[in-house]
Design a protein around this ligand. Structure first.
Ligand code: MN
Length: 257
């Protein structure tokens, strides 16, 4: 029986986490180890300068789960280094409240948790739900849960190449309204960050990175294009960030004085 590790970056109480854990139960034994608070946009963290705590707790619906004060990637490391004694066959991270498209993958705690699994030799899947900018109601994670189970089943059947993970983004639509699954490349995000400068009570400045949420450029075949067209986007991501095309170019530079 397969053993699936489930984590997220929105924290142990996120409804996306419990939806994901229950959606994967038909595929094997599910262990949840997730951060005890929201780590969204934490990037790939390895905590070495302070101890990490972990404890057995419950999801909001009473399902047993572990939580830790570490980052999402710390949670995966803790599990795979032996906090969870049983061998893990697959790590699924999510379901994130908000898409992780294009350059988001380097910021995303959801995606970097899956990267941590891949670094340890365990196949990783990150699952995110695209949310409309004006989202006010609690979002429905259940279509994304069904998609996550479908992707996980296929990964268990086919395996993934070494050093590769799947980044899955699901449009905010009812399950029947999803137009299908397309395999995509990372798209181009357009960030609209603005620096907000304020003064603390002692007159010293502090800063917020503010501004509206990012948009993107809708090039056909990209992850951003897929979710805006109503398709589930599945992007294979390789951890080898080498710019192979630039190797020959850089070899033409005069490196010796
Ligand atoms: Mn998040």
């Amino acid at each position: 029986m397969a053993h699936i590790l489930v984590t997220n970056d929105d924290g142990i109480n996120s409804p996306g986490l419990s939806t994901l854990a229950h959606a994967l139960e038909p595929l094997g034994r599910v262990t949840v180890l997730a951060p005890d608070h929201n780590w969204s946009t934490s990037g790939h963290v390895k905590t070495l300068h302070k101890p990490l705590r972990a404890r057995l707790t419950q999801l909001p619906d009473g399902t047993p789960a572990y939580s830790s004060d570490g980052a999402p990637s710390d949670c995966v490391a803790l599990a795979l280094l032996g906090l969870i004694p049983e061998k893990v066959d697959l790590c699924v991270s999510g379901i994130n409240a908000g898409a992780n498209l294009g350059n988001d993958v380097t910021y995303s705690g959801t995606v970097t948790a899956a990267m941590e699994a891949v670094i340890s030799g365990v196949p990783g899947i990150a699952v995110s739900l695209d949310l409309p900018e004006d989202q006010v109601e609690p979002c429905d994670f259940s279509p994304s849960g069904k998609i996550a189970a479908r992707v996980a089943r296929l990964v268990m059947e086919h395996g993934l190449p070494p050093d590769s993970l799947l980044n899955v983004n699901v449009p905010s639509l009812a399950y029947d309204e999803l137009r299908g699954v397309v395999v995509t490349r990372l798209g181009l995000r357009v960030y609209r960050d603005e620096l907000v400068r304020r003064l603390d009570p002692r007159g010293k400045p502090y800063y917020w990175i503010g501004g509206p949420p990012p948009t993107g450029i809708s090039e056909e075949g990209s992850d951003f294009w897929a979710v805006t067209q109503g398709y589930v986007s599945v992007t294979p991501i390789h951890l080898d960030l080498t710019d192979h095309d630039s190797i020959a170019l850089l070899n033409d530079w005069k490196w010796e004085e």
